[in-house]
Write a protein that binds this ligand. Sequence first.
Ligand SMILES: [Fe+2]
Ligand SMILES: [Fe+2]
Length: 215
Amino acid sequence: MRSIEILREEHRVLRGVLDCFDSVLAAASRDSAPNMEIAGELLGWFERFADGVHQNKEELGLFPRMLAAAPEISRAVLKELMWLHAEERRRLVALRVGFASAQGPDAWERGRFVAAARAYVEFQRHHALLEDEVILPRACEVLDPAVDDEILRTYAQIELDALGPNPEDPHAFLARLRARAKELVPSLVPAGHEDLCAGCDGCRVASPGACSRGF
Ligand SMILES: [Fe+2]
Ligand SMILES: [Fe+2]
């Protein structure tokens, strides 16, 4: 189902963004202060896209259909997920507060921000893995493909409400972020086609050079 594949693809982008954030934070731990410009841009993306779009697609698009299709099976697995979503939002709000404090000269506050951000990265990796390995396979089992269009309409409305009519493609954001992070952390593994693209339009299978998104 396209509605499930979209979430898998967004998890791939999220992992790429988390890897970049981790590299920037690791460099800050080794050297001195984190690059606050990149950190601020990343926090904005987590708020706007990871929460405002991706997580809302799950909460308002996919999960209600899973509950309607198979309430007994879905309730147990989604209960854990809803806790993870609430916890993720709580951590992100705390990170935003920590980010403001880390802008000052106090090295202790910057260290606190870096530690909390690295914990957030690990939390989000676990969250996406749980969904890829447990929730989305369960969705494939319980959902009738006939509801796909209905879920996709919900997704489209969420994107429009959160990002407006001409949003930046999350793959483009990741490519831009990687380029900037590599300037800061040259040891960051160069972005490769396979890192960035799950095979949109089958290009991964056919030929990386045929990638329709230019990766
Ligand atoms: Fe989620
Ligand atoms: Fe997710």
